[in-house]
Design a protein around this ligand. Sequence first.
Ligand code: NAP
Ligand code: MG
Length: 405
Amino acid sequence: MEKIKMTTPLVEMDGDEMARVLWGMIKEKLILPFVDLNTEYYDLGLLNRNDTKDQVTVDAANATKKYGVGVKCATITPNKQRMVEYPQLTEMWKSPNGTIRSILDGTVFRTPICIDAIKPVVKNWKKPITIARHAYGDVYKSVDFVTDEPGVCTMTFKGESGAEKTVVVQKVNGPAVWQGAHNKQKSIRSFARSCFQYAIDTKQDLWFSAKDTIAKIYDGEFKKIFEEEYENNYKAKFQELGLTYFYTLIDDAIARTVRSEGGYIWACKNYDGDVMSDMISTAFGSLAMMTSVLVSPDGPTEYEAAHGTVTKHYYRYLKGEKTSTNPIAMIFAWAGAFKKRGELDGLQDLVAFGKKLEEASLETLNDGIMTKDLVGLVEPGFEAHAVNSEEFLNAVAERLAAKLA
Ligand code: NAP
Ligand code: MG
């Protein structure tokens, strides 16, 4: 069989621990036999980030900007414990995802992968719900303090022009706690644009929720910027594709979500997205079945699995155990990247390969062959048996080869 050709390279970002082991296995079993793989490879493994003083992460992000499509393996974000585990580290390097996200100025879209045998907790959900979380500001970049006497708290902005603006936050007659939060118009606008862009890419409706009845100015600003971007830059395309955009209160969005069939993108402010994405992923099944796509407002897109490096499995793997780590979200990351690369380059074979890779993975699961994490989640009566990662990938490879033959 002739291998599928690529033109522009994919930006490939390798990672750490069990995810890195699976990365190699996925390439060996599911990609290299079928695709004449053209990637620009960046080793984002912790030790290479350390050796390059994290320059490799910056280079990988810039390459994603340049070529437009990247695929990333999970990476360790070092903490104090990791500094002990890896004594050669010269610095507690920052989260690679944070670095990449800020260079691409992007928004993360998380989508569950659904199969018939695992029903979501909410029984009317038939299609995946994608959460887009604004990953800048609000309470995540706020300042706060406690005071212990009566008094007044004010908030002052000092402009570079010398102009000042002051408001009274509250006058209190006893101990109190305070918080100052902000967001930037530019960040909100990028968030809005990434959301509209991704809705068009995936041909799904877009909801945006906030609480502008209470935070009239703060959340009102978000609402206004989304509205402006929609009216000025995306409305025509949405109408052409038959897509809907609407703003609604967060309370209403939650109520509608519970009653919905799924199949849309829900854009959330930072905190709402943090908590709602956990609710959605748990209600749909498992973190190992969740993809994560970083979309820049100008289009560049990076695909990955939502889970981490699966450290516990890695230490068992190092002892020689064949672990049953779920590679589905990582396979879908590669598949998403191939589909996007193929669309951009007009390579129908590459788009078709991405689709078949997803189908072969889902068929394997539907045939009852799955990793341990999923076996406990299947509906009563569905016969599933647990296999290790290698056996699972072999089963996917068989089905993929048959589809491509
Ligand atoms: P994790 O790697 O996602 O794993 C947490 C637990 O979830 C695992 O121990 C495992 O449970 C289960 N799990 C996750 N993915 C699975 C899979 N594919 N198959 C089967 N089970 C899976 O999160 P973590 O242990 O909190 O973090 C480990 C490292 O990953 C950290 O160093 C963190 O910095 C990094 N991380 C990276 C990213 C990223 O690069 N995007 C994201 C998150 C975390 P059982 O042990 O019960 O089987
Ligand atoms: Mg959370």
